[in-house]
Design a protein around this ligand. Structure first.
Ligand SMILES: C[S@@+](CC[C@H](N)C(=O)[O-])C[C@H]1O[C@@H](n2cnc3c(N)ncnc32)[C@H](O)[C@@H]1O
Ligand code: SF4
Length: 649
């Protein structure tokens, strides 16, 4: 169960790719238990039991494409997973494997302390005949139990030994509440139950957007600004679920700012739930040696630290307020604790225009330093960093093609050398996906028309704006061209691809390109008109403007608790932003009309031939609000997508 900051619940990380904006309930109106056996979850299970996905999001699920046609297996959180016949596979814990890989033939495997006697078996024999046959193969153990029971559930200990050194394969502790819950859940899964007596065994929970630093491109800027929070009972509900969970992934904002998170890390005793794998994603700035030490109590953890570049200057530009050296010190401390697959440490790196030229360096750094690297492209927000929005594609992407080639060569040769970094998390797919996105954008920009935007700034407003810009965006925000506007420069050329996929592009003016909802409609241009005319000029006049106050992120920590926004419908985010903008306008901030006779949409193109005025930018904003936020789940829950992060690409 995945619970977003908006309270929206989806069943897994894959769901939102195919669900549009469907969800299975909202924790701001229902408890976890009510949602778990509510109508949407029941329908989901019923569809799976009957294999009837017609018109259901699971019918378009991306997971089977990733997993050779299969839906994800039932997950026990054990070291073993079933392969075929009697054969089960477990990844050998990394510390042990590194020490003994050169003498793999000397590694003994014990079942409940008794050595298994048929090593180096042919894998087909293990599958067909079982009987304790096993094989050690490239760091994995292929094993059958002696009596044909599943090592996932038979409750036995499986141990690897060489000399005095030993490593245990993680098992399910059955005599616990989480163990019983897993067993019941498996039974209900196998018998196709639609209403479950078992509880959720995995929860991913985005608790807050509170943060101690100020990344300019943070995907949570907007929800933070309007004060989106959970109703307080949701946090309690999640915490009460912990004894039954096999996995908890606790997200922020910055999780180390959440008092309950720190308290959990400090005081939780693993005996309360030995099956628990604990995970979080952090900016790494607050993970002191003492905090890291507390992680050691977990047999299994899954920690992700965001480092957007291993080049100090780029990192500090993208992570305003964080110190590279300090974060790397924390990261290195954590890396020493990693022992895949039980204790996982991953670096998450968003890839945007700011850091794309560091890609080869970063991937190489990760390989050399045995870091599992998860690459996530910026494709929804902000325009300034998006990999699918340009002013002049050729000029804006100088060096990209070469950097992709170089990075692909790097991962290919690292893969041949079986580097540990790729063994943890193979970045090959993600790099190829980035290259594919680049090539798709290149193909789209093969046919472009120039539009010249002339800017008149009679009130000297531009110098008061954070990052003004003009954008040409399709209604679903997937296609984008834009130009940042600088004080003192009055003319901008934007090369717009004319694309059959989009009928029209809205022309929008942003006083701050980092405030995704804060644009004003200037007009609309039809794709066929772009294609028909070689030279188009758009004149815009900037109205009076005074910048509204935007506090540093840390100040939201307390400031909007009293008037928190509990979202029952994503449109409320849009409404809250509108309300904020109106309040600010009344107080004399934002863009202002000069007189009552000026049009209410205070910015209009003075002469935009063939451009219709946007009749209803409220409707457009609402559409964007509905579509916008959910796409960000991608970065929290999965490393990368097979083809296309956005459904329209
Ligand atoms: C919002 S952060 C919250 C967790 C934590 N504060 C951190 O930075 O890791 C979750 C993830 O989203 C990524 N992210 C932030 N802004 C993004 C954007 N505009 N597009 C894509 N991913 C973004 C972050 O880099 C991070 O990996
Ligand atoms: S660290 Fe950066 S990306 Fe993460 S929540 Fe804070 S501001 Fe956003």
């Amino acid at each position: 169960m995945v619970i977003d900051l908006t309270g929206e619940v989806v069943p897994c990380a894959y769901f939102h790719f195919s669900s549009g904006d469907q969800n299975l309930g909202n924790t701001n109106t229902r408890t976890i238990a009510e949602i778990w056996n509510g109508p949407s979850y029941r329908e989901l299970r019923d569809r799976h039991v009957r294999s009837d996905f017609d018109g259901h999001p699971c019918g378009a699920c991306v997971a089977p494409r990733l997993m050779n046609g299969r839906f994800p297996d039932f997950e026990w959180g054990a070291g073993f997973r079933h392969e075929e016949g009697h054969c089960h596979i477990a990844q050998i814990p990394e510390h042990f494997w590194q020490k003994h890989r050169e003498h793999a033939e000397e590694i003994a495997v014990l079942e409940d302390g008794v050595p298994l006697t048929v090593p180096a078996s042919v894998h087909d024999d293990i599958r067909k005949h079982g009987g304790g046959r096993y094989s050690i193969w490239h760091g994995s153990l292929y094993l059958s139990s002696i009596d044909g029971t599943s090592p996932v559930t038979n409750g036995r200990n499986y141990e690897l030994r060489r000399g005095a050194d030993a490593a245990r394969i993680a098992q399910v502790h059955s005599n616990t509440r989480s163990g019983s819950n897993l067993a019941l859940s498996y039974q209900e899964f196998c018998t196709g139950q639609v209403v479950l007596n078992s509880k959720p065994s995995k929860i991913s929970f985005i608790e807050t957007s509170d943060c101690n630093i100020d990344c300019p491109s943070c995907s949570q800027n907007e929800v933070r600004l309007v004060g989106v929070r959970h109703r307080p009972s949701t946090g309690t509900d999640v915490r009460n679920s912990i004894p039954f969970l096999q996995e908890l992934i606790w997200h922020g904002g910055e999780p180390f700012l959440i008092p309950e998170f720190r308290e959990f890390l400090k005081n939780y005793e693993i005996t309360q739930n030995p099956n628990l794998s604990f995970g979080f994603m952090s900016n790494g700035t607050m993970i002191t040696a003492a905090e890291a030490e507390r992680l050691k109590k977990f047999d299994r953890f899954n920690v992700t630290i965001s480092v957007d570049s291993f080049v100090r200057e780029t990192y500090e530009r993208m992570r305003a307020g964080a110190k590279y050296d300090r974060v790397m010190e924390s990261l290195n401390r954590l890396l020493k604790m990693q022992n895949w697959p039980q204790r996982k440490v991953t670096v998450a790196m968003i890839i945007g225009k700011t850091n794309i030229l560091d890609l080869a360096f970063n991937v190489n750094y990760a390989i050399e330093n045995e870091i599992a690297l998860m690459l996530n492209p910026i494709i929804h927000y902000p325009l300034t960093d998006r990999l699918n929005a340009f002013q002049d594609f050729k000029r804006d992407t100088v060096g990209w093609s070469e950097v992709f080639e170089e990075t692909i060569d790097l991962v290919a040769s690292a893969s041949k050398r079986r580097e540990r970094s790729l063994r943890f998390l193979d970045a090959t797919g993600a790099v190829k996906e980035l290259q594919r996105m680049y090539k798709a954008a290149e193909a789209r920009h093969e046919r472009c028309r120039r539009i010249t935007v002339r800017v008149d700034d009679p009130h000297g407003s531009l110098r008061k704006m954070h990052s003004p810009g003009i954008a040409f965006q399709s209604r679903n925000q997937q296609a984008g061209s834009y130009a940042p506007i600088r004080d003192g420069v009055s003319s901008y050329d934007v090369l717009i691809p004319y694309d059959d996929a989009f009928e029209s592009l809205d022309i929008q003016f942003y006083p701050n390109l980092y405030e995704g909802a804060g644009w004003t409609g200037v007009g609309r241009v039809e794709s066929r008109d772009i294609q028909a005319s070689a030279n188009r000029v758009i004149d815009i006049a900037i109205p009076r403007y005074d910048a509204p106050v935007r506090p540093r992120n840390i100040l939201y920590l307390k400031s909007n608790r009293s008037n928190a926004l509990h979202v029952e419908d994503r449109r409320l985010i849009f409404d809250a932003y509108q309300e904020l903008a109106f309040r600010e306008q009344r107080a004399g901030f934002g863009m202002r009309r000069d007189s009552a006779t000026e049009p209410s949409s205070s910015l209009r193109s003075k002469a935009a031939p063939d451009c219709d005025d946007v009749q209803d930018d409220a409707a457009q904003r609402e559409l964007n609000a509905r579509r916008g936020w959910f796409s960000f789940l991608v970065n929290y829950f999965r490393p990368y997508e097979v083809a296309g992060y956005g459904r329209d690409q």
